[in-house]
Design a protein around this ligand. Structure first.
Ligand code: SF4
Length: 268
């Protein structure tokens, strides 16, 4: 068994439960874990990217409204009118504010959108054979030739999201910074990283906030050590233990009680 590609999300899945990782990335069984919330998140991220690229809030909002209405009609069995309307109003509130919030965060500095959904794919580390793959949501470039790599995160409460921000969440951007620097041959000191938080609350007066994350050489080194450690484990792994502590945490595990992970096999 050879794992030849890793991504931030596959590593996250490995942390959650090695058996879950095996089903998705070794056995290649497609896990259908889309929910109304993840579909909303994907659509809103796409619309934010388009608004920031083209600068046209009106078109972005119209596109979102049409797409969301169509989705809600098609899946009316699974989504109540109340939930669909709440998310639609939340989405429109976010899209109305995204451009001005980004402009405010740059202040007087002139900037442009350098790329959206930028693909990163290269050797993960010199001493390993695996490649790393990922997509950066959006990269801004300033007039001073500095870059800001950002990832959109949709959340129910910006306050709580910030409160529980931890190094695992930061890892995605820290690693992207490292690989973006290598890809474009840009000095690390010229790259900053940030999360663009999008709050699902139609009444929020400030539904888009930018949270910059520190990412000096020491922090990058720590995350690369983590990566080295996980790649070494994946190089030598033969047994993928189940982590039953994660079966029902957060939103639960989609494999719980399925043929891929039956409840009676709790300790197998
Ligand atoms: S149900 Fe639990 S043990 Fe099974 S894959 Fe999911 S987290 Fe792992």
């Amino acid at each position: 068994m050879k794992i030849d590609t890793v991504s931030y999300s596959s590593l996250k899945d490995f942390e959650k439960c090695a058996h879950y990782y095996k089903i998705g990335y070794v056995d290649h069984i497609k896990l259908f874990d889309s929910t109304i919330e993840t579909i909303f998140g994907k659509l809103i991220h796409k619309c934010c990217q388009n608004i920031l690229k083209a600068g046209q809030e009106k078109n972005g909002m119209e596109y979102f409204e049409k797409a969301w209405d169509k989705f809600s009609r098609l899946y009316k069995k699974y989504i109540s009118t109340k939930q669909a309307d709440y998310l639609k109003d939340s989405g429109l509130n976010i899209l109305e504010n995204v451009k001005s919030s980004i402009e405010k965060s740059f202040g007087k500095i002139k900037y442009e959108v350098f790329s959206t959904e930028e693909k990163i794919e290269m050797m993960a580390l010199e001493n390993h054979t695996q490649r790393i793959k990922g997509f950066i949501d959006i990269v801004f470039k300033t007039e001073a030739n500095e870059y800001e790599i950002s990832d959109f995160k949709t959340c129910n409460s910006i306050y709580l999201w910030k409160k529980y921000l931890n190094k695992e969440t930061e890892r995605q951007l820290v690693l992207y910074k490292n690989y973006f620097s290598r890809k474009h041959d840009i000095k690390l000191k010229d790259i900053i990283i940030s999360f663009i938080l999008l709050e699902k609350n139609p009444k929020s007066k400030n539904p888009v906030q930018i949270v910059q994350v520190t990412s000096g050489k020491k922090k990058i080194g720590n995350h690369l050590s983590y990566l080295n450690n996980r790649l070494t484990i994946l190089d030598n792994i033969n047994f993928f233990p189940k982590n039953r502590l994660n079966c029902s945490m957060y939103n639960g595990c989609v494999l719980d009680g399925t043929v891929f992970c039956k409840k009676q096999n709790h300790f197998s």
